[in-house]
Design a protein around this ligand. Sequence first.
Ligand SMILES: Nc1ncnc2c1ncn2[C@@H]1O[C@H](COP(=O)(O)OP(=O)(O)OP(=O)(O)O)[C@@H](O)[C@H]1O
Ligand SMILES: [Mg+2]
Length: 387
Amino acid sequence: MSNIYLRPQLAKEMAQQLLKPTGLDVGLRSGLFLSGLRRTGKTTFLRNDLIPALEQAGALVIYVDLWSDTQTSPMKLVHSAVRKTLKDLQTPASSMLEKLKRVKGADMGALGFKFGFKLENVGVEGGTTLAEALTEVVDQVKTDVVLIVDEVQHAITSDEGHQLLLALKAARDAINPRPDTPGHFVFIGTGSHRAMVSELTARRNQAFAGATSIPYPVLNGDYVAFLLDKLRVDGFAPLPSHKVASQAFKTLGSRPEEMIRALRQLIHHRSPGIAPDDILPVIATTLRSTAADIELMKVEELGSLAQAIFDKIASVAGDARGIFSIDAAAEYSKSVGRDVRVEEIQPVANELLAANLILRRGHGIYGVTDPFVQEIWREKQTLLKKF
Ligand SMILES: Nc1ncnc2c1ncn2[C@@H]1O[C@H](COP(=O)(O)OP(=O)(O)OP(=O)(O)O)[C@@H](O)[C@H]1O
Ligand SMILES: [Mg+2]
């Protein structure tokens, strides 16, 4: 039995909405953005549920994770994923062609497809654009092409990333509006920063204005039941009730790893006479802040100015601006207890950026990378104020 709890029905419905949208869902063709907190299972869902469901429905899926390699630019990562797919399509009896053949039944280019451009020129300046390459794929393979970009928010922090989004929009606009198109180009992006992902679809100047942005459907009580069943089969007892365990899972931000950690503590450090249902909520509440504490500790280690900058950013719910201003320097001076010069701010902010504690959301706009960490930070501030 696998350790992954699968959600085939949910995935099938999403695939259906994306590939065969009804009149009401047709906006999904403009792009779908899924946002959900870190470590809640977005990538697992894409790889184990959504991609298989899309492939089962006959789509050609290209998957790129922008977090897999933060040294390489988003544009390069997408280009190389597209090139790899094109190469598979050209290669007789490649596993991709076999898969297409199984689903579509037809004699899917048994000898490999032939494209009217050179692979190495795709995405190269003056070469073949993504729009041109993908149009040819849709027309020859006669199927939908779904490009999934995991952690797409990384693409809006740079100009080059922005170019990428524009190139994808161009591909969509080249393929989808044709009345007799044999397939569509569907773009799916995920990200852990709700506000940033929504921004991609909300702002008029963003490439994907008008696309749909929905929250990633987090795992729920069904996953908890699956987990408890596994533990029961493995002979662990006594176990908490489903109700209390589900509540603990919610407390832990619906994060499977944290839940497993909590259950491990429950089982290994059991005190006789205390019922699991009484102790699990306590463990969950403690663990909840431990995860964030590790991140907050990193801020502390960067020094008092880093702490002051982080505090300023974390205290704002949305976009934090003006962190390099003269006023900001005065604020920092107060909390650090010495005069902070404006030119000292940038290098320290860069350290926070490099540690992935804060992120740049636009020109002069910053935010805390992990919203969960920010939430815990706020809870602590409220506590501090009470004393
Ligand atoms: N359906 C599931 N069943 C069992 N475990 C799961 C499931 N989904 C996620 N997990 C576990 O939770 C952890 C986080 O999953 P995953 O990496 O997919 O999340 P993510 O939201 O993509 O995280 P990140 O923010 O780091 O990209 C992993 O250890 C994974 O094995
Ligand atoms: Mg992920």
